[in-house]
Design a protein. Structure first.
Lengths: 444, 517
């Protein structure tokens, strides 16, 4: 383990311990939020090296998160790693705010912090043992969170399925690592000259990312979740897997590019159609994850890492904010969104904005991400571009149907649970970040 | 108004509203006329709106409106004043620009091609707001905000020089429109109409995306001047024009891309129908005129016969559809499709005269169709039905309204000395220079438009008063202003067609059609 990894582990252990102590004393949520925000701010703004990240020469500012020029720097470590760590922490900050809406108890927050910590560790090591253990720790935390409300039968079933399939693919991951170790007799990836277990490893990462053909678990697991955990599994938990795919295991992609290519197309097809048959926001977002995962894979195969970085940040940030905006509704069923006459018009409008942003319609960052996506795949020919454009039409329609329910169905006879969550917060964050993303696209 | 507290009473906007009440019912018309005269005088004096101010309009309209409302203003009155001021800004920009080649600041282009559209936006915007004053009852604060945002965006759409920026703004028009149809329509079916509007426009727009990516990332620019200078291959021209035509054909709309329009018109509230027919449809025709035909001239030439055939079919089919409608709004919607299809034929006529006619017909149709929809709104507000068979004898109980509606009906079937006549005459003359058979086939739409327009007027206004109609009331001053401005413009445009042709001749000949001859 390098000093950097050690420092990272110590820092995150401190974070965990602080949260735990405060949790025991009460007011855990806000302390956890504070610590997370402080850590993120330190990582982003501090001019000093904290021994937990490698700083880009021109970095040290929030621009590192949103300006795509930085995102394509070094693929293993360096800027990509730094930016994605910051992204992970920022997403976790949003998820915490979503938890604040109505979660009682500190356990989900502690489990969430464990998942985040484990995710950060996976982005900071090339030791296969540490990597495997941290991936398992993250997965275990997520299984626990999914099944946390054990009196809800649907969630218990989802957690069980998630556990069983997750355990199976963990075995495949182990097989991939063991293949590498057998050939090179080392646990350190940088000492490897070939990657005999690449197919297994890439397959497991695709499973964790929820892209086709390993997407089957996502709607089942996401659908029964409450908003907080949904924000966690949709955004936070995917950052490190994407990093591993395009960063640490980038050398493995060479021999498997064709399988990624087909996985990308399958994801685009499945994601485009699957969302139509969902009656739950979580289900829609699950298939949104599938199709956007397909787009990101296309950018990966095309080698456009500038585009990859911008698209990933735009997609994950937009999705998490969408969950944050929708968190004022008590349930995740689509029919449950019909409450705007009680909530005021701001929340449905925010949802409208965020859904069309996710659909990649003009003016919004999602549109520029779509342009960058098309630029990245232009080298594959007009047929590819045309197919992606055609496929992107379908999700836009079901995204807008989601917002339309909130906008056009007043639901005057239903009861709305009052929350302490102000949509103005999400609105402010949305506006500021959208301006940042739109400004950043000019760099491209 | 009486419930407003003392503090609010002292605000500027309240005073304006008070003025509107105490100065007599015609104050709306007077204010509109005074603004028009002031802008004309300012333009004659040499004042022109700077480019940066035009850029600000899209966000400035709703922002100033929001401030006014927060300060205690009445939404409708604040929106009226903002729309008058905004219209003045846009009209001054148009009036002060050069007719032949007018770059105004960074990224804006104002010349003979787009000035008519900008003037149409500037003059129709307050009319739309005014038409809302008595017809929009719920959630007014958000409503006027969306309308002002929409009109501000329209002003920019007709000015920008960059194709990508144009596309982004063109798409952005759909978002407030989706809300306005889906939330403010009078019936439950409005939601389906809003979705249909969204799906059609968004699906059409997707075709243009690959072209934009190619232009932006491979050529490095989507600026109109740069694009016009590019030497595209024949294959590229055909491909690009074909792809780019789809979203604008949807917006015009041409049959068979038209299905969203009748639904949207029927379900939208009256002022939004006015906005849709008067301004939004024009963005499709304008895109062909400003960007597609000049940038892809060979593509236009090669696609010309096929697109003209589609336009011809669309003209005839829409006119026939209009003849069999039982809902008066749907009838005018199909009449709009027929007129805009004729515009499309003018655009692809290949001569300057035809394209000038296309612009002129769009201008005339903007006022006439907006006025007709306003007239239908007047009837719907009183009798709560749009089904033609329930009407009859309205001229007996609303004679003033009958006169105004008659003028608009004349414009709808392009009677001489109305704007529609001048536009259609120019288009048909342009087409006659190329192909007489096309002119003869297009001529059928003139006959059919007489049929459905006169039939509609006859059924609504003549005969005995229908027993289904109760609680008659002559048009209010607000309604007279709305109908008067649109009817006046319809008549006025019938007299200045020749002047329009003369002042835009150089622009159309030099800027658009040198490739063709």
């Amino acid at each position: 383990m390098t000093p950097l990894e050690g420092g990272l582990l110590v820092g995150l252990a401190g974070l965990f311990a602080t949260t735990l102590v405060r949790a025991v004393r009460g007011s855990a949520l806000w302390w956890a939020a504070w610590v997370t925000a402080a850590t993120a701010a330190t990582l982003v703004w501090s001019p000093l090296s904290l021994c937990v990240v490698e700083w880009y020469a021109g970095g040290g500012s929030l621009a590192g998160v949103v300006q795509v020029t930085y995102l394509g720097g070094q693929l293993t470590g360096g800027v990509l790693q730094t930016d994605l760590k910051c992204l992970l922490l920022l997403l976790w900050g949003v998820a915490l705010a979503v938890y604040a809406v109505r979660t009682t108890g500190v356990e989900p927050l502690l489990i969430g912090v464990t998942a985040v910590t484990a995710g950060l560790v996976t982005m900071s090591t090339d030791n296969l043992v540490v990597l495997y253990l941290s991936l398992e720790l993250q997965a275990l935390s997520l299984y626990t969170l999914v099944g946390f409300y054990r009196f809800e039968e649907e969630r218990t079933e989802a957690a069980l399925r998630y556990l069983l399939t997750g355990s199976l693919v963990s075995g495949f991951m182990l097989l991939g690592f063991a293949s590498g170790y057998t050939e090179h007799l080392s646990f350190y990836l940088h000492e490897y000259t070939s990657h005999p277990g690449a197919t297994w490893i890439i397959g497991v990462l695709l499973f964790k990312l929820g892209v086709a053909p390993f997407h089957f678990w996502t709607p089942i697991v996401y659908t029964p979740l409450e908003w907080g955990t949904l924000a966690l599994v949709l955004g936070v938990s995917k950052v490190n897997s994407w990093y591993l795919l395009v960063g640490l295991f980038r050398p493995c992609l060479g021999p498997t590019w064709w399988s990624l290519w087909w996985a990308a197309w399958l994801s685009v097809a499945v994601g485009a159609v699957g969302g139509y048959f969902q009656n739950n926001v979580a289900g829609v977002l699950a298939y949104s994850g599938v199709i956007n995962g397909g787009y990101l894979l296309l950018l990966t195969v095309g080698g456009d890492y500038f585009g990859f970085g911008y698209y990933l940040v735009t997609y994950l940030w937009g999705t998490t904010l969408l969950v944050a905006a929708a968190a004022v509704w008590p349930v995740t069923q689509l029919s449950g969104l019909a409450h705007w006459s009680k909530l005021g018009i701001l929340t449905p409008l925010l949802l409208y904005y965020l859904t069309i942003n996710l659909g990649g319609l003009p003016v919004f960052p999602g549109f520029f991400a779509k342009l960058i996506l098309l630029r990245g795949i232009l080298e594959f020919g007009w047929l590819t571009v045309g197919t992606v454009v055609a496929a992107s039409l379908l999700p836009a329609v079901y995204y807008v149907a989601l917002a339309g329910t909130a906008l056009f169905e007043p639901g005057e006879n239903t009861t709305v649970v009052t929350t302490n969550w102000s949509p103005a917060v999400t609105a402010a964050v949305t506006v500021v970040t959208a301006a940042g993303f739109n400004a950043a696209v000019s760099v491209v | 108004m009486e419930q407003i507290d003392l503090k609010v009473r002292k605000t500027f906007f309240f005073m304006m509203a008070r003025l509107s009440r105490t100065s007599g019912p015609w104050v709306w018309l007077v204010q509109y006329a005074v603004t028009a005269v002031a802008v004309t005088a300012a333009a004659a004096w040499g004042w022109s709106t700077p480019g940066w101010l035009v850029w600000c309009t899209a966000l400035a309209f709703p922002t100033v409106y929001a401030v006014g409302v927060i300060r205690g203003g009445i939404p409708a009155v604040v929106a009226w004043w903002v729309s008058l001021a905004g219209g003045a800004v846009l009209a001054a920009a148009a009036a002060g620009a050069h007719w032949a080649h007018g770059r105004v600041g960074a990224g804006l282009l104002l010349d003979g091609v787009n000035l008519p559209y900008l003037l149409l936006t500037a003059t129709l915007m307050p009319v739309v707001v005014l038409a809302s004053v008595e017809s929009i009852r719920k959630n007014q604060v958000a409503y006027y905000g969306w309308v002002l945002l929409l009109t501000g965006l329209l002003g920019l759409v007709f000015c920008v020089e960059d194709f990508l920026t144009f596309y982004v703004l063109f798409e952005a028009l759909g978002f407030p429109m989706f809300l306005l149809i889906g939330q403010y329509g009078p019936r439950r079916q409005r939601v389906g109409a809003a979705y249909k509007f969204f799906v059609y426009t968004f699906a059409g727009s997707a075709f243009i995306l690959p072209v934009l990516v190619y232009l932006q990332f491979w050529l490095g620019s989507t600026n109109l001047t740069v694009l016009k200078g590019c030497q595209f291959t024949e294959y590229e021209q055909v491909l690009f024009l074909g792809l780019c035509s789809v979203p604008f054909a949807v917006k015009i709309p041409l049959i068979p891309f038209h299905l969203w329009l009748p639904e949207a018109h029927v379900e939208a509230p009256t002022p939004i129908s006015m906005l849709l027919a008067g301004l939004l449809l024009k963005t499709g025709g304008y895109a062909f005129l400003r960007f597609l035909i000049p940038v892809f001239p060979v593509g236009s030439y090669l696609w010309g016969p096929l697109l003209s055939a589609v336009g011809l079919f669309s003209v005839g089919a829409a006119s026939l559809y209009a003849l069999v409608q039982v809902d008066m709004k749907r009838l005018i919607a199909y009449a709009s499709v027929a007129h805009m299809s004729l515009v499309f034929l003018g655009l692809f006529s290949g001569v300057a005269l035809g394209q000038q006619g296309a612009t002129y017909l769009m201008l005339a149709h903007g006022y006439t169709s907006a006025g007709l929809f306003a007239g239908i709104g007047v009837l719907y507000d009183r009798y709560h039905t749009r089904t033609i068979r329930y009407y009859g004898g309205v001229a007996t109980v609303m004679p003033g309204f009958a006169i105004l509606f008659f003028v608009l009906t004349l414009g709808n079937f392009s009677f001489p000395f109305t704007g529609g006549f001048a536009g259609e005459f120019l288009i048909l003359t342009g087409l006659a220079l190329k192909n007489w058979a096309t002119v003869l086939l297009c001529g059928t739409t003139v006959l059919l438009s007489v049929g459905y327009s006169v039939w509609l007027f006859n059924r609504l206004f003549y005969g005995g008063v229908s027993p289904h109609l109760e609680h008659h009331q002559e048009v209010t001053p607000v309604e007279v202003t709305v109908l008067g401005v649109t009817a006046g413009a319809t008549l006025g445009l019938g007299w200045v067609g020749g002047r329009f042709v003369n002042v835009t001749q150089a622009c159309y000949t030099y800027g658009l059609t040198t490739w063709w001859e």
